[in-house]
Design a protein around this ligand. Structure first.
Ligand code: HEM
Length: 438
C-alpha cells in the first residue's frame, strides 16, 4: 500500500469487515478515538456500523462519548443551550496559550451566544443567495479553465490540479487577497486544521502555531491596505468585517480597547477571516475529491449523471452523505443532561460522528449504497442547528459546477495510480489522486 510522507494512507485498502457479530461487538466496545489504526483511517465505516449497532452511545477511556446514531447527533446539535460549542477548556491541553489557542477559541464556530450570534450576523450578508449568484459565473469560468488545462495533462492530479484550486480561489476572492499572494494559503489552512486532530504531535502543533502567526500577520497587513490594494471584486466578507471592526475602533476611540457587543476587535476580525478560509477550503476540496472518487468507483453512476445532468444536485448531496468531508463534531454538556437515556454530568464531552450518522439505516434506506438520485437526503454533513455551516450553499455550488462539468467533459475518468488519503479522522479526503481523463 502506498503511504505518503505527509502521514497520508493509501486510498484503496479493501474494506476491513468484522467476521461475526461478536467481533463487531468487541470492536465497538473497545473503540478509542485516540488509538485508531491505518485501516480505520482508510475506511472508518465498518467500525462506525459496529458502534451504531452494538454501542451507539459509547463511553471512551477518557470519559467522553462517541455518538453514531443520527437521532442522537441531531438531538445534540439542536440543543445549543444544553450542549456548548465553547472549546476553551478543550483546547488548553493541546494548544497551551499558543496562537493556536487564540485562533481556535476566537472563531465563531467554537463559541456560544452572544459572541457566536454577533459574528454569525456579520457574516450573513456574504452568503445570501444574491451574493452567491454573483459568484457562480466566476466558478464556471475557473472550472472551464482548469478543465482545459487538465485535457492536456497526463496524469492529472484531481486534488492539486483541480479540487484544491477552486475553493482557494473563491475564498481568496471573497477575502480580497490579491491573486499573486495566494500561494501560502493552502499550506496555512492544512496546518491550522491539522492541529485539530484528536492526537497532536509536537511537529503538528508547531506547524499550526507558525501558520496562525504567518496568516495573522499577512491579514493584519491586508486589512490596513486601502481597498484598491486588495483584490477587487466580490470581497464582501472582508469589507463587511473590516467595516465592523473600523466602527468598533471609531467608537472605542482607537484600537486596543475591549470590543462593543455588536462589533469586532482586530483579533476577532483576523481570526474569523482565517477561520473562513479554513472552513471553506479543505472541506470543499475534499467534497470535490470524494465526489469524483465515488464516481470513479461507481462508473455506472457517472454514466447516469452524464445522461441526466440535472441529477447533479442530488448527486452532490449523496457525496456529502456518503463521504462527508467533515466527519466529526464536538460539544460539551453545559449542565447535567441525559442523552438517549444515558445520564451525563455537566462538562461531559461528546463526539458527533457525522460519518456514522449519515449511514444510519434508521434515517437512510440502504445507507451504504450510492444513490445519486436519493431524496429525501437530510444528511448532517453541514451539521444542523444554530452552528449549521454558513457556507453550505457556496460549497454546494462549487461542487455542483466542478463535478458536473468534469463528468460532462470527460467520457472516461480512470485512476492513473494509487490515490493517497489525507490520513486524518476529522477531515476526510485525499492528498493526491492521479487520474487519466479522456
Ligand atoms: C463541503 C464543504 C463544507 C463542509 C462539509 C462544511 C461543514 C461544516 C460543519 C459540519 C460545520 C459545523 C461545525 C460545528 O458546529 O460543529 C460548519 C460550520 C461552518 N462553516 Fe462549513 N463546511 C463546508 C464549507 C464551507 C464554506 C465554503 C464556508 C465559507 C466560505 C464555510 C463556512 C462555515 C462557517 C462560517 C461555519 C461556522 C458556523 C457557525 O458556527 O455558526 N463552510 N461547516
Amino acid at each position: 500500500m502506498a503511504e505518503s510522507g505527509a502521514g497520508g494512507v493509501g486510498g484503496r485498502r479493501p474494506e476491513p469487515e468484522f467476521g461475526d457479530p461478536a467481533a463487531a461487538r468487541a470492536a465497538a466496545l473497545n473503540f478509542d478515538l485516540k488509538r485508531v489504526d491505518r485501516a480505520f483511517l482508510a475506511n472508518p465505516y465498518p467500525t462506525y456500523r459496529a458502534l451504531r449497532e452494538h454501542d451507539p452511545v459509547h463511553r471512551m477511556p477518557d470519559g467522553s462519548y462517541f455518538l453514531t446514531r443520527y437521532e442522537d447527533c441531531v438531538a445534540v446539535y439542536h440543543d445549543a443551550a444544553g450542549w456548548s460549542s465553547d472549546k476553551k477548556l478543550d483546547f488548553r491541553p493541546n494548544f497551551g496559550d499558543s496562537l493556536l489557542f487564540e485562533h481556535h477559541t476566537t472563531s465563531l464556530v467554537f463559541n456560544d451566544a452572544p459572541y457566536h450570534t454577533r459574528v454569525r450576523k456579520l457574516l450573513a450578508p456574504a452568503f445570501t443567495p444574491r451574493a452567491l449568484k454573483a459568484l457562480q459565473p466566476r466558478i464556471e469560468t475557473l472550472v472551464d479553465r482548469l478543465l482545459d488545462e487538465a485535457a492536456g495533462r497526463e496524469p492529472f492530479d484531481l486534488i492539486d490540479d483541480f479540487a484544491a484550486a477552486i475553493p482557494v480561489r473563491l475564498i481568496g476572492d471573497m477575502l480580497g487577497i490579491p491573486e499573486a499572494e495566494r500561494a501560502p494559503l493552502r499550506g496555512w489552512s492544512l496546518a491550522i486544521l491539522g492541529a485539530l486532530e484528536p492526537v497532536l504531535s509536537p511537529a503538528q502543533r508547531e506547524r499550526g502555531v507558525r501558520a496562525v502567526a504567518d496568516f495573522k500577520a499577512y491579514l493584519a497587513d491586508l486589512v490596513r491596505r486601502p481597498p484598491s490594494r486588495r483584490h477587487q471584486g466580490a470581497g464582501e466578507i472582508l469589507s463587511i468585517l473590516v467595516e465592523a471592526s473600523a466602527v468598533t475602533a471609531r467608537e472605542r476611540g482607537g484600537p486596543g480597547a475591549t470590543s462593543g457587543i455588536e462589533h469586532l476587535s482586530e483579533a476577532e476580525l483576523l481570526h474569523n477571516c482565517i477561520f473562513l478560509l479554513n472552513a471553506g477550503h479543505e472541506t470543499t476540496t475534499n467534497l470535490i475529491g470524494n465526489g469524483i472518487d465515488l464516481l470513479v468507483r461507481h462508473p455506472q453512476a457517472a454514466q447516469r449523471l452524464r445522461a441526466e445532468p440535472a441529477l447533479i444536485e442530488t448527486a452532490v448531496e449523496e457525496f456529502l452523505r456518503l463521504e462527508s468531508s467533515n466527519q466529526l463534531g464536538n460539544r460539551r454538556a453545559a449542565r447535567d443532561i441525559a442523552l438517549a437515556g444515558v445520564p451525563m454530568p455537566a462538562g461531559t464531552y461528546v463526539h458527533l460522528a457525522i460519518g456514522a450518522a449519515n449511514r444510519d439505516p434508521a434515517q437512510f434506506p440502504d445507507p451504504e449504497r450510492l444513490d445519486i438520485a436519493r431524496s429525501p437526503n437530510r444528511h448532517l454533513a453541514f451539521a444542523t442547528g444554530i452552528h449549521a455551516c454558513a457556507g453550505m450553499s457556496l460549497a454546494r455550488m462549487e461542487a455542483q459546477v466542478a463535478i458536473g462539468k468534469l463528468v460532462a467533459r470527460f467520457r472516461s475518468i480512470e485512476p492513473a495510480g494509487e490515490p493517497v488519503r489525507g490520513g486524518r479522522i476529522r477531515f476526510r479526503g485525499f492528498l493526491h489522486y492521479p487520474l487519466r481523463l479522456s
